[in-house]
Design a protein around this ligand. Sequence first.
Ligand code: BDP
Length: 718
Amino acid sequence: MKHFYRLFYITFFFFYSVFLQGEDGYRLWLRYDPIKDASIAREYSKAISYLVIEGQSPTLQAIKEELFTGLEGLLGKKLFISSEVRKSGTLLIGTPHQSKLIASVIPPNELNHTGDEGYIIRRVIISRKRCIIISANSDIGLLYGAFHLLRLIQTQQSIANVNIISAPEIRYRLLNHWDNLNRTVERGYAGFSLWNWHLLPDYVSPRYKDYARANASIGINGTVLTNVNANALVLTDQYLIKAAALADVFRTYGIKVYLTARFSAPVEIGGLSTADPLNPQVIEWWNSKIKEIYKYIPDFGGFLVKANSEGQPGPQNYGRNHAEGANMLARALAPYGGIVMWRAFVYDNNVPEDRAKQAYKEFKPLDGKFEKNVFVQVKNGPVDFQPREPFHPLFGAMPATPLMMEFQITQEYLGQGTHLVYLAPLFKECLDADTYAKGKGSEVAKVINGSLDNHDLTGIAGVSNIGDDRNWCGHPFAQANWYAFGRLAWNLSMSSEDIAEEWIRMTFSNNQQFVEPVKKMMLQSRETAVNYMTPLGLHHIMAMHHHYGPGPWVNQGRADWTSVYYHRADSAGIGFNRSTRGSDAVSQYFPEVKQLFDSPETCPKSLLLLFHHLPWDYLMKSGRTLWDELCLKYHSGVDSVRNMQKTWNSLKNMVDEERFLHVKSLLAIQEKEAVWWRDACILYFQQFSRRPVPPGVEKPVKTLEYYMNLRHYYAPGI
Ligand code: BDP
């Protein structure tokens, strides 16, 4: 009988996935197809046949659904629900409050370490029956535990002696959607916004639940629904009712809804003549607005605010500072447990100052001036989500203020929707960087997890790469960046490699002959993109506005939006002098780091031209001139993309046709665009260097003029 069931399920799922569902990427990493290796499947089958879930709640119901789909799919057999532990092979799930049995097997002090969201997964013997238990202090913790167990099986880890205690390192783990109410997505490359504002709240797409499942599976517990370049309309009742419908779906999965607050909302939708944060009427307006929001969304998370940056309104319009603006909102949110995430991404084109220095200059003096429920949300680097930047000097410099990390998952400056670039190494490079704020060992990760300065309020945000494309993220490999962000938010010390391995196994295959080359390709992909776009510390030389493709010649408009401002190429050399002899941005870092960056001799080669303007014949450690090195880097980027293509092509028989062809086509675009980047940049810089392209670098086929005249009228993301 058992065999009959297994055969039935395997056949069913096979036909379902091959003929009905296809491999269109919709399922993300939550793919529960039958384990092909019968002996491995048998192992898991022996361990889990019965499910006992203690208690009742929507979240427990979601756990049951997920486990049924997941386990029945993976194990290819029927799972039985039971009310008590009767047989070996029972998976028992519950909190000690709901389950006496759990309370009797989990020593109470062990759950002291798991907090509100952590969990324990353990093999135990109950009345001589072999069981696996998942326990936590909350239903959400149980949900995270259930996803972890599924992951163990999906990635074929042994559960014979499973004993895992896991709790998140960071409290607020949020996606930031830059989604507009008209469904366009700023810097979005995966179609339109998932949020169908027009049909909400009457039509609640089933995708919202799948979005919540995916996020919960990696521990993301909050989502900012709207663009930082905010529209005040989202705070009107017409839209709040729509946001509430989303919150109702997400709640079961432990995800809170947040909104962006346009600072001038009291004027735009409130009919006031000012938005001055110290004006009593303005304060009252926000108080009652926030009260109204909590009526719609009782567990509303709070506001994300972009103020006085790139034309957005803010407290400075009224002569007030960022702390006064943030605190006004924070006081109104505090009674409800809401928070303010106030962005430090500020710069002013009227200030004749190196843009990379401005956030530090404005925020550092405000350290300690913010209310307790305010985060200052800082981008990973001081410029703007570049392929490579140093860590932001504010990390470590505001010990009295909780700083929230802002990473960009969407690949605005990293190949957008068409390049395979795995971002975990970029995230890790920043998290692992040592600020030296309190001497050696003061890594950015310790600022973010609160341990360096004893903060309980800890947070990390990722600018989402999700849209309404069938596969959510556009590029099949872009899903890995969403995944990596969530996994790192839970545990900052996970390695890029381990995350990639998990993702590949869950998304594609457990076959080691597939996993290893794909992992290698992913791990190198970020460096590859740096090489063909912005090697040796070049930055912000993308095309105007849409940032699609190279534009080192961009010289129109406000200075700090042009490329020439950042690369400063001239006949003498190239690079932005931010040393103590230049803009002195290096002095915003702690002395050990400052010293390192200040001299071209000690500055990491990868950041050289971000901190120094150097002659074209500057001698690099390799023995080559700067010019030759630059050209060779550009070329090596193209070479690496070609190697990625070779790797992928060699794996044809190990991937379904749909995803194989999709990735293959995108890699072909990436190769074309890497050549575009290399040739356009080399030709442009050659005007200044007046040197020949060194041997080993392919000669550009097209002219500089050709590249400068390319126009992309409808590039996505703007
Ligand atoms: C830049 C984007 C712009 C965003 C801005 C921000 O080009 O679209 O509005 O960042 O973070 O990277 O506010």
